[in-house]
Design a protein around this ligand. Structure first.
Ligand code: HEC
Ligand code: HEC
Ligand code: HEC
Ligand code: HEC
Ligand code: HEC
Length: 406
């Protein structure tokens, strides 16, 4: 198709959108999106609820001070600015229309909308300009309005609040469904070297927590008793920090607050070490540590296939020399070329464990045993591929044990 025809088609589509916008409150998305899975569709354009001037997080935060501060530290607030996300978008501009439906999910946050795919190719979307694009709202990524504003009201879990803005009660806020819109998306794209593999929802459903009514919010938005606004009644409030992997993004504005949010969430992994008897020099020694998914409500790690928990066991001499070492990577292994293919999966289901054994000959003199677990977001090789700065947090230690032979 010639560029001229694309441009004309685009102009017609913009006109249709504007007309639809004039006709009613929540105008339709381009029909194209209805042919796609839910997670490839943005949330409809939202108007400002009565009583508010804008949809911006800063305005919400002028009253909901604590929640705003917490959200600001969260990965949700950084889902657009994230250097890895930006790196990947620029490498694969053709697929960016897919990514933004979760990372900046409201139509208000999208500079353009897709009306069709050229030759059915997901990497060749035909886009039209979105006349009601709000760039500053895009920069807020998964912002308050992305989850809370629908059909001219602020939705929330209570329904009995006295707010200066329109409110509507929605049961979704105490249900996993709200989260699964973005955290459950499994889709293959034939002929492409990418795939979508967020299976956290199904992992949770298959485990013991869903059956016992424990939802994502119970762990990732731990409850506190406090007022929603200064001077308001004390209520049960879910903290808005969404600590998951204990990995910072780097854009946190209040590091001490992030630390206090992280301290409320134990890491997923627990290291349970056997004791070891002192042995005469040269004798064979075995030390076993069990790495247990003690706290996660889904596979550990979950989500992005590059994530891993790396467990290292080591024996050290009194001088600090490494006498023996064992590294185990708990994660998925994928091949991306020529087509995405899962090669292996050594993650831990809820409650599952992996025994790791270190073998050595006891040295002369004093020695100790130690193990640690590190959550990794991205390997150094992949970080270099995306040209990420050294300062982008790639991994963090989440557990450590030490044992003295006796
Ligand atoms: C001018 C102050 C103010 C602003 C601005 C404001 N709120 Fe509120 N909001 C309140 C008050 C007051 C309440 C009710 C508190 C209570 O009764 O405990 C409330 C209640 C809520 C509730 C609970 C609703 C329910 O019944 O479950 C949610 C959710 C909420 N606000 C979100 C937001 C969001 C999102 C924004 C920005 C788009 C926002 N608020 C902007 C003052 C404000
Ligand atoms: C509109 C899409 C969307 C919704 C809805 C959503 N998330 Fe997320 N979530 C994301 C994206 C995107 C990221 C990753 C952002 C990044 O790393 O840049 C993320 C990251 C996370 C993380 C990872 C934190 C870490 O430290 O790595 C947790 C935990 C999380 N979300 C929990 C939740 C919970 C609980 C809910 C429901 C209350 C929820 N999310 C709703 C899109 C969403
Ligand atoms: C990823 C979705 C998401 C985003 C983004 C989000 N919230 Fe919430 N919000 C929730 C959920 C889920 C609850 C219910 C938590 C609970 O009660 O366990 C909630 C609850 C609330 C409540 C009622 C108190 C409570 O915890 O029940 C207020 C007020 C609120 N949010 C305001 C905000 C403001 C202000 C922002 C932005 C600074 C924001 N929210 C961003 C999902 C979100
Ligand atoms: C029983 C508590 C619990 C429940 C329920 C739970 N999670 Fe988690 N989640 C965790 C823990 C613990 C971690 C790992 C934290 C760590 O190791 O630093 C985690 C990590 C994550 C991560 C970051 C990726 C990773 O592997 O570190 C995401 C994303 C996430 N959870 C999303 C969800 C969603 C979505 C739901 C609901 C379907 C959910 N979680 C339910 C406890 C829970
Ligand atoms: C279905 C919703 C969805 C779509 C579509 C999506 N993401 Fe995400 N993205 C997430 C969630 C949820 C996370 C949280 C990480 C996790 O679960 O491990 C995330 C995390 C990320 C991260 C941070 C990884 C980390 O470990 O901290 C990057 C980078 C990213 N996404 C890039 C992209 C790119 C590029 C695209 C488009 C090709 C894309 N995403 C499409 C939901 C989505």
């Amino acid at each position: 198709m010639s560029p001229g025809r694309i441009a004309r088609a685009a102009a017609a589509a913009v006109f249709t959108l504007l007309l639809a916008g004039c006709a009613g409150g929540q105008e339709a998305l381009p029909a194209f999106y209805r042919t796609r899975p839910v997670f490839e569709q943005p949330f409809a354009h939202q108007r400002v609820p009565r009583g508010l001037k804008t949809l911006s997080a800063a305005e919400c935060g002028s009253c909901h001070v604590q929640i705003y501060r917490e959200w600001r530290q969260s990965v949700h607030a950084q889902a657009w600015a994230d250097p890895q996300f930006q790196g990947e978008l620029h490498k694969q501009p053709g697929v960016s229309w897919l990514c933004i439906n979760c990372h900046t999910p409201l139509v208000n946050q999208l500079d353009s909308l897709v009306v069709r795919l050229q030759d059915g190719d997901v990497e060749r979307p035909v886009k039209v300009r979105n006349a009601r694009y709000d760039e500053s709202l895009r920069d807020e990524a998964i912002t308050c309005a992305s989850c809370h504003v629908r059909d001219g009201a602020v939705e929330g879990p209570f329904g009995d609040t006295r707010a200066p803005h329109a409110v509507r009660k929605s049961a979704a806020f105490r249900s996993a469904e709200l989260c699964l819109r973005c955290h459950q998306a499994v889709q293959t794209y034939p002929g492409k070297s990418f795939t979508c593999t967020f299976d956290t929802g199904n992992e949770w459903k298959a485990g013991p927590f869903a059956a016992n009514g424990v939802v994502c919010q119970d762990c990732h938005m731990p409850p506190v008793e406090r007022a929603l606004v200064e001077g308001g009644p004390v209520r049960r409030v879910g903290m808005h920090g969404w600590i998951g992997s204990h990995l910072r993004k780097g854009g946190e504005t209040l590091p001490a607050l992030w630390d206090s949010l992280a301290a409320r969430r134990p890491p997923g992994i627990e290291l349970r070490a056997d004791s070891v008897r002192a042995a005469s020099p040269g004798a064979a020694v075995e030390w076993t540590v069990r790495a247990v998914n003690a706290n996660a409500g889904h596979m550990l790690p979950t989500g992005d296939p590059e994530r891993a928990v790396i467990v290292t066991l080591a024996a050290l001499s009194a001088a600090g020399d490494t006498l023996a070492r064992e590294d185990v990577r708990l994660g998925q292994r994928w091949e991306w070329w020529p087509a995405p293919r899962k090669l292996g999966d050594e993650r831990l289901a809820p409650g599952a464990e992996r025994a790791i054994t270190l073998r050595l000959r006891a040295p002369a003199g004093a020695w100790t045993l130690g193990a640690r677990a590190v959550n990794e977001r991205i390997s150094d090789a992949n970080a270099d591929f995306h040209r990420l700065a050294e300062s982008y947090p790639r991994r963090t230690e989440v557990a450590r044990v030490a044992v003295r032979p006796r």
